[in-house]
Design a protein around this ligand. Structure first.
Ligand SMILES: *[C@@H]1O[C@H](CO)[C@@H](O)[C@H](O)[C@H]1NC(C)=O
Ligand SMILES: *[C@@H]1O[C@H](CO)[C@@H](O)[C@H](O)[C@H]1NC(C)=O
Ligand SMILES: *[C@@H]1O[C@H](CO)[C@@H](O)[C@H](O)[C@H]1NC(C)=O
Ligand SMILES: *[C@@H]1O[C@H](CO)[C@@H](O)[C@H](O)[C@H]1NC(C)=O
Length: 337
């Protein structure tokens, strides 16, 4: 009964409207790295919806699927912030380069990056985040409570001071994340690409531990979208296995991956069946992969393929010899004439 309840709970967790949504903007300003001087990318759940860089003459036009007045208004706000981000990013790069005394080293490249996200969780929790980095290290972040910048390193104090000279802008940033970002998220989640579901690929990987006398069996799940997924192991189709919480990581192509492992004592190998069950919105029921069986069936397929191959060779060889034999016979016949 308890187990059924767990399953019902799991199924409830993968309904469409129970997804977590992240609306994020990434921008960077760089010098001496062969990258565009400025670039910006906006993503919803790791799917790119807007891109701009300084090598382009114009900004991305408002896509067709945004056909409401409110939506078009938001697209204009994006344009405005692209210009603004280029300005503050350049300021960040200049001030950080100076503060780290790196103005002299012309051969070295410097990069200033910022990312800001607002996230809406299925339970209604809403979170915002804005952080800056210089040459890959934390530089500054924005505190939404106090509406001020927090310097992560002493070299960022100048940047903080420069930005806070404009209190109206600090208010604007707070409003942008607390209100505008949420509204935009509701618009962007209608993007066609955001709603294309991708089915997970499931692979079982086993690793023998020599010392401990156990086998670690990992269920590797990849290539799925959206992010929400449930992966769990069942022993002999009945008991759930105690398992660690694992992260869901982006693949970089708009899909995600995750993994879940079970440690099977060597004496238990072959005694029980272990099933990795994957629940994802892209499949109506579940994807169940049984450890052990998969391997056996693969060997089976291999044996059948090998036999077929062998038969073909034997057949070809036999045909070939027969026709060659005929040929020789014919040649002999002609010579005799
Ligand atoms: C807006 O686009 C959606 C989806 O593409 C469509 O269903 C709807 O009819 C469109 N509305 C208008 C006013 O064009
Ligand atoms: C940069 O140079 C100044 C003046 O020479 C010095 O006071 C400061 O400590 C240097 N900063 C770093 C990060 O090296
Ligand atoms: C909502 O979910 C988030 C992420 O799972 C969690 O951190 C937060 O505490 C939850 N909030 C409530 C009120 O349950
Ligand atoms: C997986 O789906 C099948 C139907 O395709 C169902 O019989 C089975 O009980 C499901 N298993 C789990 C663990 O949800």
């Amino acid at each position: 009964m308890k187990y059924i309840c767990i399953l019902v709970l799991l199924f409830q967790q993968v309904k469409t409207d129970d997804l977590r949504y992240d609306s994020c903007a990434y921008y960077m300003v760089s010098k001496g790295l062969g990258l565009p001087e400025f670039s910006e990318r906006r993503v919803l759940n790791d799917v790119t919806v807007y891109h701009h860089d300084s090598s382009l003459d114009s900004k991305m036009p408002c896509p067709d699927w945004i056909n409401t007045t409110a939506g078009k208004e938001h697209w204009k706000i994006i344009y405005h912030w692209t210009d603004y981000n280029k300005y503050v990013g350049t300021l960040g790069l200049q001030s950080a380069t100076e503060q780290f005394n790196q103005t002299g080293s012309l051969t070295d490249g410097n990069i200033y990056q910022a990312f800001g996200c607002c996230s809406l969780y299925p339970n209604g929790t809403y979170r915002t985040l804005l952080a800056h980095a210089f040459n890959g290290k934390d530089f500054a972040s924005f505190d939404f409570q106090t509406k001020t910048f927090v310097a992560a390193v002493p070299q960022a104090v100048l940047y903080k001071t420069l930005r806070e000279k404009d209190p109206a802008n600090m208010e604007e940033i707070a409003t942008l994340y607390k209100k505008t970002c949420l509204e935009r998220l509701q618009i962007l989640k209608e993007a066609p690409r955001v709603n294309i579901k991708k089915v997970p690929e499931v692979r079982i990987i086993e690793k023998k531990k020599k010392k401990a006398g156990s086998v670690t069996v990992t269920c590797h799940v990849t290539g799925f979208y959206p992010r929400e997924v449930q992966v769990f192991w069942l022993v002999s189709d009945l008991q759930p296995v105690d398992e660690e919480v694992t992260e869901i990581l982006p693949n970089g192509d708009g899909t995600y991956q995750t993994r879940k492992s079970v440690i099977v004592p060597e004496e238990d190998v072959g005694k029980h069946t272990y099933s990795c069950v994957v629940l994802h919105i892209s499949v109506p029921n579940n994807i169940t992969t049984v450890w052990g069986e998969e391997k056996r069936s693969k060997i089976g397929v291999f044996v059948v393929l090998a036999c077929v191959f062998l038969l073909i060779i034997v057949f070809v060889f036999w045909k070939c010899c027969r026709s060659a034999g005929k040929q020789i016979k014919m040649n002999l016949d002609t010579e005799q004439l």
